[in-house]
Every structure is written in structure tokens, then in C-alpha cells.
Design a binder for this molecule. Structure first.
Ligand SMILES: Nc1nc2c(ncn2[C@@H]2O[C@H](COP(=O)(O)OP(=O)(O)OP(=O)(O)O)[C@@H](O)[C@H]2O)c(=O)[nH]1
Ligand SMILES: [Zn+2]
Length: 418
């Protein structure tokens, strides 16, 4: 039996600060001492405590609304956080308190219940925005790498049977709006207005509450998979491999052959394991930015447009077809991506498993050194994904091989729809 609908009868407007009562705890973004910085409080149970715009869980907040509306969730439920603390300690690192280094996640998100313990005691409902746990992962390609002798079972990092021991962290986006605006070289007002308008007016506080500078946007977050010694990640004397990967459900999960996503992701994991076994660490960052953050519907529309255009799916028209449908080629905004690397305390990447110039530029411009770039090995590229890889190389992606001219690009063709 569903519980009784627990939506309160009075609608509490959050668009204007309450005139009476104490002000919410201030957030001084970038402050070195967490108590100075202040906790991120997005509770919906005590509206006077809220010091941010938006709510937890990204886009899943809408499912929570459904659960409350349908009576299956009490709207005043407070999380019982017993035994949920991180399995491993990450940070604090100096980058956590350098102004503007991290603007799209809360560096204290995993240790909120520890560093803000005194607020919990006073009855504040503070939720972690980062959760850290341990796991074993097993992928058929990694088993194959062991069988072929590219990877070794060491019993600690790689277990017999191909079980890879990882630490993983799930991270919810937390945006410090003034820092974000600065990153994109726009005014905070322009940013707030676009966010308000382009979400159909979903968060009026974006334009009415200039006192609230932090926004929990309704978007997907990211997951970090760490292989090897966690201490090695921030240690410049130890080797570090990194792959930053943007979600491609069709390839990553279902093995679709139109792109190189899963093979490159697995190659990244392989390099991470090798680097960890050399005494260093490997980091995979998996960002929920499906279809270059244009969404999967757009991506599939583009696939049809690519395969139905005159002359068939061709490398010379690869990016153009996305632009026709979406108006842009890409909306991932890699400028925000290095934040997670700074959260991990990374200052140098020895092996960067990516050919993307956008990722490279964003990372190096944020102050992290990249020593070596590792392209996808040729034999891992599916035949139908030749279109993508040649188009990318011609557009400036890193390669140690040849880059095709316009004529040759038009000759690289993919499969038709029939
Ligand atoms: N819109 C659109 N998205 C695509 C298309 N092909 C692949 N994608 C998406 O492109 C993104 C690829 O991300 P990554 O695997 O991180 O690769 P990358 O940024 O191109 O660079 P590398 O690090 O070199 O692999 C994913 O989000 C895919 O879903 C396409 O034709 N159109
Ligand atoms: Zn893909």
C-alpha cells in the first residue's frame, strides 16, 4: 500500500529570501577551512536552511517528485547516513582552496558528514554530493588482455579470473555560479538568465536570489574509477594514467560499432592497470554527457542523417550532420571537466588516453601537465567507426599517423542503413 500523499498543503515559495528569521549559513566558495567555506545545504525539509538553488540527485530529482506525488515517499524523509562514509580518503588537496580551480563540484562533498559534524548535531540536513566505495569489475576485453599476455594477474590489483579491484566515486554536480561565469568569460547575470530561460523557468531563484551563488543543476554527474594506489594519484614521483570518457550508451554498454567509445574506454582501463602495476595509479572519469551532451535522441537522428545523406555516411560530413540537427557540433564544455582532476589532487598526467584536443586544451590550460598522449590502437577501431576517427583526426584530434585531406576524407565511408 502506498503511503498517504505527503505533499504539504501550503506551497512554500523559495524565490525570495524570508524577511524574518536567521539567514542561511553562508558559502564562501574556495575557503581553505571547510567551516569557513560552509556546507552545501539543499534540504527540502527545512527551507530556511537552504543555501543553494536546486536539489540533490541531478535529474533524478524529478523521480523523487513523482515518488512524493504518488505517495510512495514521505516528503520529510531525512537520510540515515549510518555506515555510508567513504571507504577511502581523497584529499583535501591544495587545489581545493585555490580560487576558481574547482567550480562544478563540491570538493568537501564526500566528507561533509565529517567536516560539518557540528552542523549535523544542530539538526541541519546536509547530504553528501560525493560517495566513495570499493568494487571489483570484470570485462571480457580485460580477460582477453590477460589471455594474450598484455595484462598480468598480480593478485592485488588484478585478481585471478580477471577481477579488477577499483575504488569508485560518484559525483553530483555542484555549480558555483560566479566561478562558472568566469570560466566561460560571461557575466554571472548572463549565465543565470540563460539557465533560467533554457530550463523553462524551472528555477526562479536563478534570477531572484543573487544571494544564493551555488546551484545543483538537474543534469547527470560523473563517476571516477581508480585503479592502484590512491596516494600515487597526487604524487608527482609516481606514474599516473588517465582516461576521461563521455558517455556513449550505444557503444559502452551495447557494443554498437559506429564509434570507438567502448574499445577506447577499455584500452584506457588497460593502460590504467599497467600503470598501477608499475607502482602508480590509473583514473577513469566517466561523464554523463551522452552524445556530446546533445542527448541520445539527437545522436540517433544524426546517425540516420549521416547514413541517408547523398553519398552515404562519409568522414568529410561527419561533424556537419550533427551541427545540422543540433545547431552545434558539441555541447560538452570540456572547460568544466578538469575540476574532477583537481579534486583528485592531480598535477601531472604521464599517460593521457585520449586524442581529443578539447580535453587536452582544457586540462593543460587548467594547470595540469600532460606528458604523453595515447591514441586508440588501430586494430581496436571497428570498420564502421573509421568515419568517426578519420573525421576527428582531420578536425585536430591527436594522432601519430596520417591526417587525410578533403578528397580522401570523402572516400572514408560507413555502412548504409539497409
Ligand atoms: N552528437 C553526436 N555524438 C556522438 C556521435 N558519435 C559519438 N558521439 C558522442 O561523442 C562522445 C564521445 O566521447 P569520448 O569517447 O569521450 O571521445 P572524444 O571526446 O571524441 O575524444 P577521445 O578522448 O579521443 O575519445 C560521446 O558522448 C558519444 O556519445 C555523433 O555522430 N553525434
Ligand atoms: Zn560512441
Amino acid at each position: 500500500m502506498p503511503k498517504q500523499n505527503s505533499v504539504s498543503r501550503h506551497i512554500v515559495l523559495t524565490s525570495h529570501p524570508s524577511r524574518s528569521g536567521p539567514k542561511p549559513i553562508a558559502i564562501n566558495w574556495g575557503a581553505a577551512d571547510p567551516m569557513q567555506r560552509g556546507p552545501v545545504i539543499a534540504t527540502l525539509t527545512k527551507s530556511a536552511h537552504r543555501n543553494v538553488i536546486g536539489t540533490h540527485s541531478g535529474g533524478y530529482a524529478v523521480y523523487r517528485a513523482l515518488a512524493v506525488a504518488s505517495g510512495s515517499l514521505q516528503s520529510d524523509h531525512i537520510a540515515d547516513l549510518t555506515n555510508t562514509s567513504p571507504t577511502e580518503r581523497i584529499g583535501p588537496y591544495p587545489s581545493w582552496s585555490v580560487a576558481d580551480k574547482i567550480v562544478s563540484l563540491d570538493p568537501y562533498g564526500a566528507i561533509a558528514s565529517e567536516v560539518f559534524a557540528s552542523y549535523y548535531e544542530q539538526g541541519y540536513d546536509i547530504r553528501p554530493t560525493i560517495a566513495i566505495t570499493k568494487a571489483h569489475i570484470n570485462m571480457p576485453e580485460l580477460q582477453e588482455a590477460i589471455a594474450k599476455g598484455r595484462l598480468q594477474v598480480d593478485g592485488k590489483i588484478m585478481k585471478p579470473g580477471g577481477d579488477l579491484v577499483v575504488t569508485k566515486a560518484a559525483i553530483e554536480p555542484v555549480w558555483y555560479l560566479p566561478g562558472l561565469a568566469k570560466r566561460f568569460n560571461i557575466t554571472e547575470g548572463e549565465l543565470r538568465r540563460a539557465l533560467f530561460e533554457q530550463t523553462g523557468g524551472m528555477f526562479p531563484e536563478l534570477v531572484t536570489r543573487s544571494d544564493l551563488e551555488v546551484f545543483l543543476p538537474p543534469i547527470g554527474g560523473l563517476t571516477v574509477y581508480i585503479v592502484g594506489d590512491l596516494e600515487a594519484i597526487a604524487d608527482p614521483n609516481k606514474p599516473l594514467a588517465v582516461r576521461v570518457h563521455d558517455e556513449c550508451n550505444g557503444s559502452d554498454v551495447f557494443g554498437s560499432d559506429i564509434c570507438t567509445c567502448r574499445p577506447y574506454l577499455v584500452h584506457g582501463i588497460e593502460v590504467c592497470v599497467q600503470t598501477a602495476q608499475e607502482g602508480g595509479a590509473g583514473v577513469i572519469v566517466y561523464c554523463r554527457k551522452e552524445g556530446r551532451a546533445l542527448g541520445e535522441v539527437t545522436k540517433f537522428l544524426v546517425y540516420n542523417a549521416r547514413k541517408r545523406q547523398e553519398g552515404g555516411d562519409r568522414a568529410d560530413a561527419y561533424f556537419e550532420r550533427t551541427e545540422c540537427v543540433a545547431g552545434v557540433q558539441d555541447m560538452r564544455f570540456q572547460e568544466l571537466m578538469p575540476d574532477v582532476l583537481h579534486w583528485l589532487g592531480i598535477t601531472r598526467i604521464d599517460r593521457m588516453v585520449s586524442m581529443s584536443n578539447m580535453k587536452f586544451d582544457a586540462i593543460t590550460q587548467s594547470g595540469i601537465e600532460i606528458v604523453e598522449r595515447i591514441a586508440i590502437p588501430d586494430d581496436l577501431i571497428p570498420q564502421d567507426a573509421r568515419v568517426e576517427i578519420e573525421a576527428k583526426k582531420a578536425a585536430g584530434y591527436f594522432t601519430t599517423g596520417d591526417v587525410l585531406d578533403a578528397n580522401s576524407l570523402a572516400d572514408v565511408k560507413g555502412r548504409g542503413l539497409e
